[in-house]
Design a protein around this ligand. Structure first.
Ligand code: PMP
Ligand code: GLN
Length: 387
């Protein structure tokens, strides 16, 4: 007799935990799990220290600190070209992950269908299943990850409740275009579905690509939930402070779920977040962030190309997919384990992000959110691939 509940028994340990453990065991350069290995900006660390020292240490309000909701609403109002109400349309939570969880729990009924682009971020499917929803998959295909409108349409039906969009997209680096968002918006309106947009990499975009908010598309403001967090933007993935932005009716449903998950987010980090978002505006931080990651991408891409791992150039995020289909490995897991153990560089096997692992078997994901010297060391080790 096992004590483990059926709702979790089917899941393995996440691929991030597994590959990071393997990287540590083999002292590999970890280009697998996406977490920056460099310092977070001083201004955000100072703001957190000051918040704790000032005893902002008791429960935050359910929907988040008012000053944080205000600055989130103000910055998003500018991006979305509409007036966002900080009191009724913003909810702050413990990371984007909890925002995703509360959104799905608050808005998906058992039996509802939820369309998911794959490769997907790994928390989406379990969360949809816990809500009793039925995942319907649209597979984005290399090399350009384009969306075929007719194929997408076949997934929509009167049962469709929600579509999950991640743009800029982890792991492909795809930034959804205006045309693509308009096409998806048309389907959402025709089938009365909600769009959940996971935009945690919204500020990490390259070569003139732009993150466009779904709620700017006519007819979408009332049926879009936009989700972001501090983690990627301020290199503080361990702070787990994120938020949802959605019309009052949607926000109310999200908060109903959230109140019984964590009840309220981490108060001193919310205070620091408010300061950081203000500070970021003042010092054109977002532009600098994109420039830093463009530079890091441009260090890693030629290395991968040179050692026979052709990269599929990302338009955003801090990830790059490479084609491994021409190599002599059974699949992506075998390749990533070999690379970690024998070459000393860890990558993530993307099959974990597909409902049918075979779809990701010819790809591997590398991250470039690491110090330049770490990327260069990976480059030296990867030379082994040439022999
Ligand atoms: N969505 C995507 C696409 C991600 O890559 C991540 C990073 N882990 C998250 C959500 C989770 O963000 P957070 O750490 O703020 O929960
Ligand atoms: N978002 C990061 C990645 O995709 C880390 C995710 C995690 O550790 N759960 O690598």
């Amino acid at each position: 007799m096992t004590f483990m509940a059926q709702r979790v028994a089917q899941f393995a340990t996440t691929i991030f935990t597994e590959m990071t453990a393997l990287a540590i065991e083999h002292k590999a350069v970890n280009l697998g799990q996406g977490f920056p290995d460099f310092e977070a900006p001083d201004f955000i660390k100072k703001a957190a220290r000051e918040a704790i020292a000032a005893d902002i240490n008791q429960y935050a309000p359910l929907s988040g600190r008012p000053d944080l909701r205000q600055v989130i609403a103000r910055q998003a109002s500018r991006a979305e070209g509409r007036e966002i109400d900080p009191n009724r349309e913003v909810a702050v939570m413990v990371g984007a992950t909890e925002g995703i969880f509360a959104t799905i729990m608050g808005l998906v009924n058992p039996g509802d269908e939820v369309i998911i682009f794959e490769p997907y971020y790994d928390s989406y499917v379990p969360t949809v299943q816990w809500a009793g929803g039925i995942p319907r998959y649209y597979t984005l295909e290399a090399p350009d990850w384009a969306i075929d409108p007719d194929r997408l349409r076949t997934l929509f039906s009167p049962k469709t409740r929600m579509i999950l969009i991640n743009t800029p997209h982890n792991p492909t680096g795809k930034v959804f275009s205006k045309d693509e968002l308009e096409m998806i918006a048309g389907l959402c309106q025709e089938f009365d579905a909600i769009a959940m947009v996971d935009a945690v990499y919204e500020h990490i975009v390259f070569d003139g690509s732009n993150h466009l908010s779904m709620s700017t598309i006519p007819g979408m403001a009332d049926r879009t939930v936009s989700i972001s967090s501090l983690g990627k933007t301020f290199s503080v993935t361990g702070w787990k402070t994120g938020w949802t932005i959605a019309a009052p009716e949607l926000t109310q449903a999200i908060l109903r779920a959230y109140q019984f998950v964590t009840f309220s987010g981490i108060h001193p980090f919310q205070a620091a977040a408010a300061q950081a978002l203000l500070e970021a505006e003042k010092r054109s931080y977002y532009t600098e962030l994109a420039a830093m990651y463009t530079r890091k991408r441009d260090i890693l891409l030629p290395i991968l190309e040179d050692v026979g791992l052709p990269p599929l150039t990302p338009q955003g995020t801090y990830f790059v997919m490479v084609d491994i289909s021409h190599l002599d490995f059974a699949n992506d897991v075998a390749f990533c384990k070999y690379l970690t153990r024998e070459v000393g560089v860890a990558a993530i096997p993307p099959s974990a992000f597909y409902h049918d692992p075979a779809a990701g078997a010819g790809l591997a994901r590398f991250t470039f959110c690491k110090r330049d010297e770490v990327l260069e060391e990976a480059g030296r080790r990867l030379q082994l691939m040439k022999h």
